[in-house]
Write a protein that binds this ligand. Structure first.
Ligand code: AMP
Ligand code: ZN
Length: 465
């Protein structure tokens, strides 16, 4: 397998530390609100990575954190506390907010066929680990105390900028513009490891520590959770490109200072999902959640398909038009498979099976080229091999694609009720000559994979995927 490594800025052969065993760490969500579909693009990429590694014969141990404490809104130490912001907005405690949105996140993942990592751990469950790491960093001179807080001194790490490729002088200029710059730091890029003197007086999550009652910085959690579950040597660390700086750069600095050796060999980053104004984010434009797409009638798996059509290292522009194109491709793909399942003929042709399996592997081994992997799937569909072989290959590929290609959708009672209500509303809208709404409902039903037909006896419907 070859992957693009952000650390070396090159596509490199992937060689794990221990034979075929891969230790994979992926940064998890900050649970103060729903994930938007941009966040979910990153988790789809990481899911495809884990499943591709399995498909290619590696065994993967994967860990993910849940950020329920310490993450500030602009990634620098001067931002707003995201969790506190969520709690104030919803008049709940930070613990309630964290639980609610953690569940919501895993619900979204389930709907997108994203597998839950083997180890998932909350940042607030590792306070002792952080205290231990910070004590050692202070002892060895990598960290210092100032104004009641403990900071990491980035000047002690000569290769601090190796991951980001950033220029420290540019950063100085950027920081000078920041009116809230923390004057107690020795260097502008230094970052907080432990805060006792925070500007958030009402911070709810606080713990005792050798430096007073306080709470950890954001970056320290990932280093510790990774080391706690995966040990001192990590094979791959992932996140979105916005994590490269400062988050992952800080993770490397503190982990390598603490461990005294190189920590992680491969850093892989997923590119942004953009809206018409740029990077999709929670604070601007329409807040696009998976639930919103479902409400509009979209099958979550058509969003997964939409993501798989493009390479994880390319920015992807979201629009309803482009999603609609993915919906029709996905529905027609599912339809083809469904028809094939009605006519299963012959025996599996082992030679063809292995040839196409190899092509599929080649696509994944090429830095996770999911678009080419889908092309291999379409080649199988077009080929004149028997349906038994085709279905065996589809089932095999779906271990990675996870598009539920062989799942025949039954119309369950809930769906039927929802469809009947929409059809009744459409009939009413037509009576009132509100054709715009009637068309909108036809569109919603289409997105749900329901095709309607107006007959003299009334409107009938069938599930088309
Ligand atoms: P957060 O919950 O804000 O910590 O973000 C969770 C993950 O989503 C991180 O790995 C981010 O890098 C990633 N992310 C944030 N915005 C986007 C976006 N517009 N497109 C893709 N990934 C994103
Ligand atoms: Zn992280």
């Amino acid at each position: 397998m070859k992957v693009y490594n952000t650390l070396t800025k090159k596509i490199e052969p992937f060689v794990p530390n221990h034979g075929k065993e891969v230790k994979l760490y992926t940064c998890g969500p900050t649970v103060y609100d729903y994930a938007h579909i941009g966040n979910l693009r990153t988790y789809i990429f990481e899911d495809v990575l884990e499943k591709s590694l399995n498909y290619l014969g590696y065994s993967v141990i994967r860990t993910m954190n849940i950020t329920d404490v310490g993450h500030l809104a602009n990634d620098s130490d001067d931002g707003e506390d995201k969790m506190l912001k969520g709690a104030l907005r919803e008049k709940k405690s930070v613990y309630e907010i964290a639980d609610f949105y953690t569940n919501a996140f895993f619900e979204d993942c389930k709907k997108l066929n994203i597998k839950r990592p083997q180890y998932v751990s909350k940042a607030s469950d590792h306070i002792d680990d952080y205290i231990h790491m910070i004590e050692k960093l202070l002892q060895d001179g990598y960290a210092y105390q100032a104004n009641g807080n403990v900071y990491f001194d980035v000047s002690k790490m000569p290769d601090y900028y190796k991951l980001s490729g950033k220029n420290p002088d540019d950063l100085k200029v950027a920081v000078r513009d920041d009116v809230e710059h923390d004057t107690f730091k020795r260097n502008p890029a230094d970052f907080g490891l432990w805060f006792t003197n925070s500007k958030f007086n009402n911070q709810a999550m606080k713990w005792d520590s050798p430096w007073g009652v306080g709470y950890p910085g954001w970056h320290i959690e990932c280093s510790n959770i990774a080391i706690h579950f995966l040990g001192e040597y990590l094979d791959i660390h992932c996140g979105g490109v916005d994590n490269i700086f400062p988050h992952h750069s800080n993770e490397i600095a503190q982990s390598e200072a603490y461990l005294g050796h190189k920590w992680c060999n491969y850093w892989m980053h997923g590119e942004y999902l953009n809206d018409e104004t740029g990077k999709m984010s929670k604070s601007k434009g329409e807040f696009l959640t998976l639930s919103l797409l479902i409400k509009k009638g979209y099958d979550p798996l058509s969003y997964r398909y939409f993501c798989l059509e493009s390479h994880y290292r390319k920015q992807l522009a979201f629009s309803y038009e482009s999603l609609d194109r993915a919906v029709s491709s996905y529905q027609s793909l599912k339809n083809k498979v469904k028809h094939m399942m009605n006519e299963v003929t012959g025996e599996v042709d082992e030679n063809l099976f292995h040839d196409y399996q190899q092509k599929f592997k080649d696509a994944l081994s090429d830095d996770l080229n999911t678009a080419n992997a889908l092309t291999v799937l379409y080649e199988v569909l077009k080929h004149d091999m028997n349906n038994k072989t085709k279905l065996a290959l589809i089932e095999d590929f779906d271990q990675v694609l996870s598009l539920s290609l062989l799942k025949v959708e039954e119309i369950d009672d809930d769906l039927k009720q929802q469809v009947l209500e929409l059809i009744a509303e459409r009939t009413e809208a037509k009576k009132e000559k509100n054709f715009a709404r009637a068309d909108e409902i036809r569109e919603i039903l289409k997105n749900m994979g329901i095709q309607i037909k107006d007959t003299r006896e009334g409107t009938t419907f069938e599930k088309i995927s």
